[in-house]
Ligand binder design. Structure first.
Ligand code: ATP
Ligand code: MG
Ligand code: MG
Ligand code: MG
Length: 567
């Protein structure tokens, strides 16, 4: 590839909305352009990076036994009705009607579609284990798309789904994926940590987030200074706090799949209905709070809105408006027709402060807090005190007791065991060795391709631009003709370019008739790992200059030796 033909419009300035380095640099380096909020076009350089990341992922998925498939992005609502997630998913799901008025969504994830695929075809334990994956666009109508590819609405995800005959098999698949992810991030040259993550699933569930360490990240991670324990602060915070006496039970976060009505939830959790806070939620609107709740002795239709809580909080919306806007407890909210929203926290009615064993929404689909003791587990404003139980720098590691440290990172991928949640809901059964019908044990494993690209930049940049790890750089080597208007320099650099390519390096020839300073600036901005400079000294003395982007190191080598240095 020649830079004179490359469509890579670089910019001096940063668009105002780009707040973080990766967004700014991808824009300035001519790698992406915005189409609409959270939607981007990848330009040739950006797309090359995406393709390289995808290729590493693909190789590791295949090596671990994965088989690539392609599923439609558009998904019929019927599949989601079966799992109960059509109602539970909320506003992040982009819903569409076709010309006949049938409901579809743009796939935010593909558990339902893949379960549908295998339920008709996988009928015997002999067909297991099975791992299928795709690398494809997902659509999530994020409330606040921002940071460029880091949190966009249309984004590329690799999603693999595993199917096994039992829990042991599922755990083997999980470990294979865990190892594959470790290989992927290691090969990409990124500093990362697999951190224990909260997993709403059932069936002895595990989950890890693969977190790329970077200050701009939205995840807080606690890690041990002695052993290899690391957990998201959310997960670490959710270890149950000790009960004060025998009447109390420790707060517990539990998976509550498919509990779309209060009755099914109460039954699922096995809590006394009269002591159940049916739902509590508030929404912050310009700093003002609205609270809605239903007590155990009310009917679900009798939603009451408290208009004053602890002085600081006041009602700012009409009752029905408030209920419409409230959220926080997705199962309940969908039961009464409220869409859960991201900014909503769960509150407990302060008048029931002495109640034991209550239930509160955990602000997540398919999860609740059980054994809530409002006095113990919520602060004076009624906000659940997971905040107060967040691990802090210096806290003891739960595995070895050594002090822990905190750091920030970007969730670039996540691995999950799902158990039989989807197979049971959707009837994906097989016959085991004894000829008995059993549900498939599943796992799901995602990697955000664009987010990984952004994370790589967050971790590797300086004031001059991007510093690509070699494995995912748009080109490994750029050969620059200092003065491309001079035929001898151009011809010499062409030769060097061809040699580099013949040696197997992904190489770009910067043959643009621009000033050397402009080209060097672009090289630093775009972040090619190695720059090979062909100037008068090359033509006259066979001396070639090499610059290593990462270290800034520059040295001159002879024509005979330079290829060794490019390795
Ligand atoms: P987040 O917590 O950041 O919202 P998530 O936990 O909802 O992410 P998953 O459902 O685990 O995301 O999806 C798998 C991967 O897809 C994530 O680890 C992340 O890399 C990527 N991803 C998720 N949402 C987005 C997004 N809006 N933009 C870009 N990548 C995303
Ligand atoms: Mg999300
Ligand atoms: Mg997440
Ligand atoms: Mg995740």
């Amino acid at each position: 590839m020649r830079a004179s033909n490359l469509y890579a419009p670089t910019l001096r300035n940063t668009p105002a909305e780009a707040e973080i380095a990766s967004h700014q640099l991808m824009y300035r380096a001519g790698m992406i352009r915005k189409v609409a909020g959270g939607m981007y076009t990848y330009l040739p350089l950006g797309w090359r990076v995406i393709r390289k990341i995808e290729e590493i992922i693909r190789e590791e998925m295949d090596a671990a036994g994965g088989q690539e498939i392609g599923m439609p992005i558009l998904q019929p609502s019927e599949l989601w009705e079966e799992s109960g997630r059509w109602a539970a998913y909320g506003d992040e799901m982009m819903r569409i009607k076709d010309r006949h008025g049938r409901n579809f969504c743009l796939g935010p994830t593909h558990e339902e579609m893949i379960t549908d695929l295998v339920r008709d075809e996988v009928s015997s334990y002999k067909q297991l284990p099975l791992m299928l994956y795709q690398i494809q666009d997902k659509f999530r109508d994020e409330r606040r798309p921002r940071f460029g590819l880091m949190r966009s609405r249309e984004f590329i995800m690799k999603d693999l789904y595993s199917f096994d005959k039992d829990i042991e098999g599922m755990n083997v698949s999980y470990q294979k994926m865990y190892d594959a992810y470790t290989n992927i991030y290691t090969r990409m040259g990124l500093e990362f940590r697999p951190v224990e993550a909260d997993n709403g699933a059932i069936g002895g569930g595990h989950s890890h987030e693969f977190t790329v360490l970077a200050e701009a990240g939205e995840s807080n991670i606690a890690y041990c200074t002695k052993c290899d324990y690391a957990a998201s602060d959310e997960k670490a915070a959710l270890s149950p706090i000790e009960a004060a006496d025998e009447n109390e039970l420790p707060l517990e976060k539990v998976a509550t799949p498919g509990t779309n009505t209060i009755e099914s939830l109460v039954e699922f959790l096995n809590v006394p209905i009269e002591k159940t806070i049916k739902a509590v939620a508030y929404q912050s609107d310009n700093g003002k709070l609205v609270l809605a709740f239903v007590r155990g002795d009310h009917d679900v239709n009798e939603v009451k809105v408290i208009n004053q809580v602890e002085g600081a909080l006041e009602l700012t919306m009409a009752e029905d408006e408030a209920i419409k806007n409230a959220g926080g407890c997705p199962g309940f909210m969908s039961a009464i027709g409220i869409q859960p929203s991201e900014d909503v926290l769960v509150l407990v009615d302060p008048t029931v402060m002495n109640m034991h064993n209550a239930v509160a929404g955990a602000n997540e689909v398919d999860a609740h807090y059980k054994n809530v003791n409002p006095k113990r587990d919520f602060n004076a404003e009624g906000i659940i005190v997971t905040d107060l139980r967040m691990v802090k720098e210096g806290d003891a590691c739960p595995h070895c007791g050594a002090p822990m440290k905190m750091t920030r990172g970007i969730e670039a991928g996540q691995v999950f065991t799902l158990g039989t949640k989807y197979s049971q809901a959707m009837g994906a059964m097989f016959l085991d060795e004894q000829g008995k019908q059993q549900p498939l044990y599943m796992g799901c494993y995602g990697i955000g391709v664009g987010r990984t690209m952004a994370a790589a930049i967050e971790q590797n940049n300086d004031e001059n631009g991007i510093i690509w790890p070699r494995a995912i750089a748009p080109f490994e080597v750029v050969v620059v003709a200092v003065n491309a208007k001079k035929d001898d320099q151009l011809a010499y650099s062409e030769e060097i370019y061809k040699e580099c390519k013949a040696a197997g390096f992904d190489t770009l020839l910067d043959d643009r008739k621009e000033r050397a300073g402009v080209k060097f600036k672009d090289c630093d901005l775009i972040g090619y790992p190695l720059r090979v400079v062909v100037g008068p000294k090359a033509v006259e003395e066979n001396q070639i200059e090499i610059k290593v982007r990462k270290t800034g190191e520059m040295f001159t080598v002879s024509r005979e030796e330079y290829l060794d240095k490019v390795k």
